[in-house]
Structures are given as C-alpha cells and as structure tokens.
Design a protein around this ligand. Structure first.
Ligand code: EPZ
Length: 445
C-alpha cells in the first residue's frame, strides 16, 4: 500500500495512442481452471495444453498440489501434466492460505468427496461484482447426499452414504453450479438430470474433457443435461477453447483507441454475439480462419447501441465493461441492461471521472425484465457519447472492470495512474507485454 492507502502496484499509462499489432490468447481461464479440478476425478494422468500463465491457474495448481496431485510441465510450452495417483487430504491451514483468492475451490467439493469421502473448502474470493452466493451449489451437493457443515473458516463436507444421482433444477442457469453438478454427477451412483443448466462454450468444453475421461453426459435441448454416473474415470489430453473474454477485451481496446488489433487464437463461433454488437457499433473485423480475428476501427463515427447481457448464447456479462469504454466514443445514447450480476456497473463512476457521461438506473432498461428490476440494484446504464476522455487516477476494483479502466486510460488524453494493476494478472496473461507489443506507452512506477 502507498502512504495514501492505495495499492502500490501502479501502471502509468500514457493515453492517446491507438493500439496496433498482434497478440495471442491462450486457453480460456474459465475452462482451464475447471479442467484442472477435473483431473482429481481420474485414476490416470491428464494433460492440458495452452494453459495461460495467470494467477487463477496458480491458485488451482497450488490447491491440487496440496491434495497430492503431482503437477508438472509438459513437453510443449504452456502444457501442464497432472498425476492424481496419490490424492490425499490437505491441511486446513494450508488450504486456507487461498481463502478469498478465487471462486474455483468450491468446485473441489464433488471430486474430493468422491476421492476422499470428505472435503474442506476455504472462504471464497473472486471479483466483487455482487454478493455472489453459493446457495445453488450447496443445495445441489445436499441433493447428491453430501452433508455440508458451514464454519467461520470454511465448509466441511462429508458423504456418509456416498453420492447418488438426482433430479435438479437450477433457479438460474449458473455457470458454477452447472459445473458443480457435472463434476459431482459423473462419478455419482446412478443418473442425474439437471434442468435449467448453463450451456456456455466453456461448459461444453468441460463436458468434452469429462467425456474424454470416460463420463457419459448427454446435452439435450432446452438446457437439460443428463449424466450417467460411472464407477471410474481415467485421464484426458485436451486443448482448451480460447479465451473469448480476453479476445473481446482486446477488440474493445482496439475500438476505443481507434486502433487495429489481431487476436491470434480468437474463435468466431464462441464470439458470434460479441461480433454482431461490435459490427453494429461500427467496428470492423476479419475472421482469419484457423488463426484468429482482426478487429479495427475503420475511422469515422461509432454508433450507439442497446444491449442486454445474458447467459449463453446472449451477450456475456464479462464483455460488458470493456465494450462500454468503446461506447463512450459512439455518437448518441447507448443502453446497457446487465441481467447476470446485480452490481457490475460500479466501474462507470471512474469513466465519468475521466469525462464520460454515463448514468446508471435501477430500472430494467431492456426488453426483458430481469431478477434485479424490483430489487433496488443499479443494473442499467445509459451512455451518452462521444466523450473526450482525459487522464485520471484509477484504482482497479475487479478483474474485468480493471481491464476497462486500462482501456479507458489508453483512450484518454494524458497520463493516468492505474493502481492495483496486479489484479489484472488473475485473468489476463502477460498483459503488460501485450500492451507493449501493441505500441501502448505504459510503465510500472
Ligand atoms: C462464472 O462465474 C465466471 N467465473 C464469471 O467470470 C462469469 O462472469 C460468470 O460465470 C457468468 O458467465 C468463472 O468461471 C470462474 P454464475 P460464476 O454462477 O460461475 C447467481 C471473470 O471475470 N448465483 O453463472 O460464479 C450469481 O450471483 C468471472 O472471469 C446464485 O444466486 O457465475 C449471479 O448473479 C467474473 N447462487 C448468477 O447466478 C449460486 O449459488 C450467475 O453466476 C450461484 C450463482
């Protein structure tokens, strides 16, 4: 911390230079971390390629190692090999070192119950974008037969009578709760039917991983997933889907700065909804088949749009913040209705401080009334543009909002101090090197 109570990891960003060049995205953070947890379920080694060097991966690797999984580097760069031959109970104090650092530990519940008959899960972390309850997870685990004991330190779980397939319906298609059910049901006794499941590409990719391990999982229409439990699973070898959140973040940065960025690894099929909006705003892109996607600002005015975030195949909530920075440069009134998280617009205050005109509302400003409409959450925004952004002192609040602050600083006139930049390492691999490769002028203070 600095003398003023600000984080001491500071980036000085000189704005006003359009980003130009080529960068690469690796395996999706939100698949890689889950595929790593899945290795616990197998009785043979697993191999994961294209693993990004990010903090979330380090946390999960550490937790796996604490539970006896041997993790080593593979022959390829960014390849990890996991050997779960000696899975064992970990020391609670050692696990607790990771309290508050990630959301992933909650997904250890099912695999550890299968392997050891008990589990301890530390207090969770992750981004502060709302209360982020885990009630769906706990309800699901109890339905499988787990006994969950919540203590101030964390959660202790046991399964005195084993875990049994069950019929579940999620109140909302939660990504994490769907993964929880998958990772528990694959080795539970009998069949599990999950209704109102999330079907994000990262979840489908996790299903592919589990299928490689020997699981039987059927994805039906209308968000129904059926899992037939099997008595044993083996290892897997998998190349994950690319990180579509990171890809969209760089695309938004290209648009907001008037630049031209090629994102190697980005895949059209996972980003179709984003690409439609990008085009509506006035951005151009070229799908370089098998290689990536080039995103650029063609010059001239950008257009305002109305959009709602939603579960897949809707517009991802994680694409919202980076794109809003670009929308501050569009002519007219853009409307954003955030329907996935109740508090994901707090970062707009910082943009206003930089000269943007963004007003947030409690009302549902979109075609679909959402869960937050009558619950007093500021979850809609109107963005009036174009606005000239100027430099400011910014403190990074969470991962995606943090990257948006960075984009705003890059688009603004003058030099901004961005405090707490290390948070961005949770989900963006080597972002400072990538900024440099794109010609951004940014230096650590
Ligand atoms: C995953 O979070 C991602 N994180 C998030 O990305 C992403 O924004 C989110 O899915 C939505 O796509 C990871 O994969 C690690 P949810 P998750 O359960 O699984 C409510 C990033 O920056 N809910 O789908 O935690 C919840 O409050 C992160 O990479 C309950 O009410 O999200 C939210 O409103 C940020 N009870 C909604 O469901 C529960 O038990 C969707 O959350 C669980 C969720």
């Amino acid at each position: 911390m600095t003398g003023h109570g600000l984080p001491d990891d500071v980036l000085l960003v000189h704005g006003g230079t359009p980003l130009h060049g080529t960068i690469r995205v690796r395996g999706a953070k939100n698949l890689v971390s889950k595929a790593m947890v899945a290795t616990l379920l197998g009785d043979a080694p697993s191999r994961l390629y294209d693993v990004p060097h990010i903090r979330d991966v380090e946390v999960v690797r550490d937790l796996l190692e604490l539970h006896g999984v041997r993790v080593g580097e593979g022959a390829e760069p960014n390849e990890l090999v996991f050997d779960p031959a000696n899975v064992e109970s970990a020391n609670v104090d050692e696990i607790n070192v990771h309290a508050g650092s990630s959301r992933i530990p909650i997904l250890f519940c099912g695999p550890l119950l299968h392997r050891l008959g008990h589990a301890f899960i530390p207090d969770l972390g992750g981004c502060h974008i709302g209360p982020r309850p885990i009630d769906f997870h706990i309800q699901a685990l109890r339905q499988f037969g787990a006994v969950v004991d919540k203590t101030p330190q964390g959660m202790h779980l046991t399964a005195p009578n084993g875990l049994h397939g069950t019929k579940l319906e999620l109140p909302y298609p939660s990504v994490g709760a769907t993964e929880q059910v998958l990772l528990t049901a694959v080795r539970a006794d009998g069949v599990t039917e999950l209704r109102n499941a999330a079907v994000e590409p990262e979840i489908i990719d996790l299903i592919c991983v589990l299928q490689k391990m020997g699981a039987i999982i059927k994805v039906h229409t209308d968000r129904v997933i059926e899992i037939e439990g099997v008595p044993r699973l083996g290892g897997y070898s998998h190349r994950p889907i690319p990180d579509r959140i990171e890809a969209a973040s760089w695309a938004a940065a290209a648009l907001a700065t008037g630049g031209d960025v090629t994102v190697l690894g980005a895949r059209q099929v996972d980003m179709m909804t984003f690409l439609n909006v990008f085009r509506s705003v006035g951005g151009e892109f070229d799908v370089l088949d098998g290689q990536g996607i080039r995103f650029w600002h063609p010059g001239g005015e950008l257009r305002a749009v109305a959009l709602e975030t939603d579960v897949h195949p809707g517009f991802m909530t994680d694409w919202q913040q980076p794109l809003v920075v670009a929308l501050t440069q569009a002519s007219g009134l853009s409307i954003v209705h955030e329907t996935v998280y109740e508090q994901r617009l707090g970062y707009t205050q910082a943009l206003n401080q930089m000269g943007a005109t963004i007003q947030v509302y409690r009302d549902c400003l979109g075609g679909t009334p959402c869960r937050f409409g009558r619950r007093n959450f500021m979850h809609s925004a109107v963005i009036a543009g174009p606005s000239k952004l100027h430099a400011a002192e910014l403190v990074i609040p969470d991962l995606r909002a943090g990257f948006s602050h960075l984009i705003a600083a890059l688009a603004a006139e003058g030099a901004s101090r961005v405090y707490g930049v290390s948070l961005i390492n949770r989900g963006y691999e080597e972002f400072e090197a990538k900024l440099a490769a794109l010609g951004a002028r940014a230096e650590r203070l």
